[in-house]
Design a protein around this ligand. Structure first.
Ligand code: RB5
Length: 316
């Protein structure tokens, strides 16, 4: 049984409606509701509040009884025990991803998971019945796509190759292009953001991608304007070997000689097709080991010395 957690702020309007609609959709889908447990909670609420009267009316128009709903404050256990976490807004997703980096791969906005990009589920609170109806319409449109994607991801024998990607605002468009190209090649992509053109700091995305690379033992792609800042940042994390690649040869050698686990790209330095080819080269090239293993081991030893700090043999 997979546990799906829907998160909003107060857990009295959007997330209870999403929970009710998703539950009903699953009951009538081929997979069946018994394979999923659907929960909802609020980032900032108190336990036991009823759903707003507009939410109850809107759901009643859909033939769903929401009078039973009691709000629930989100807590660490709920997060850690969820297989998928869907937020209503990008801000809620970013907050949770920052706080629970282990769960980054399974924290998404509903829109993003449904393939609708960086949009929010509209907040109807205090905006009258019409806003609730719009919110319900949005949920009814998006949640069937969420179910399709979930079923796709859960299919046994899918054997999709997993990758993680992330970058700052300068890398946003190239990230989108790479995701499209790599998904067409049957890679499963974990997208750590950023998700909008708003100016952000590349070290935050280097850290997110690096965390997922180390935890899931998969390869990562990081992008900023030049690829320089984000690769410097990622390489501060022990276990990460991030290579800034700018042609097919550097991409191949980064794998063959350096066993790089992250490729860094400069979105403002490369044209799109070259960037796609560079990444594909990186992904299909194996580490040559041999004499290169000794050199990579020396890098690992240097990291160990740094981590040991002021202990004997430690650097600094
Ligand atoms: C952002 O304008 C830019 O500084 C950043 O994307 C990157 O190029 C840093 O190295």
């Amino acid at each position: 049984m997979k546990r799906i957690l829907l998160v909003c702020t107060g857990n009295t309007c959007r997330s209870p409606m999403a929970q009710a609609i998703l539950t009903r959709l699953l009951q009538s889908s081929a997979t069946g509701a018994e394979e999923y447990e659907i929960l909802s909670a609020g980032l900032s609420t108190i336990d036991g509040l009823a759903a707003t009267s507009e939410a109850v009316i809107t759901m009643s128009d859909e033939g769903i009884d929401l009078t039973y709903h009691k709000s629930r404050q989100l807590d660490t256990d709920l997060i850690l025990n969820a297989d998928y976490i869907f937020t209503m807004t990008g801000a809620q997703r970013d907050y949770l991803q920052d706080k629970f980096s282990d769960k980054i791969p399974v924290i998404h906005t509903i829109n993003e998971f449904a393939g609708e990009g960086d949009k929010d589920i509209i907040d109807p609170l205090g905006r009258g019945l019409k806003a609730y109806q719009e919110c319900a319409y949005q949920l009814k449109t998006l949640l069937p796509r969420v179910i399709n994607k979930l079923q796709d991801l859960e299919k046994p024998g899918q054997n999709k190759r997993k990758l993680v990607i992330g970058g700052d605002h300068a890398g946003l468009e190239l990230k989108r292009i790479l995701i499209e190209a790599l998904e067409a090649d049957n890679y499963e992509i974990i997208d750590c953001g950023t998700f909008s053109t708003e100016s952000v700091d590349y070290p935050d995305f280097a850290e997110r991608v690096a965390t997922v690379v180390l935890q899931h033992k998969i390869k990562g792609i990081i992008i900023c304007g030049t690829g320089i800042g984000i690769s410097i940042a990622a390489n501060k994390i022990p276990g990460i070997r991030a290579a800034l690649c700018y042609n097919l040869e550097t991409a191949r050698l980064a794998r063959e000689h350096n066993d790089a686990n992250i490729i860094a790209l400069g979105a403002r330095m490369l044209d799109d097709q070259l960037a796609i080819d560079i990444v594909k080269t990186f992904l299909v090239t194996e580490f040559a080991a041999g004499r290169h293993q000794r050199r990579v081991d020396k890098i690992t030893q240097m990291e160990k010395k740094c981590l040991e700090g002021d202990k004997p043999g430690g650097l600094y």
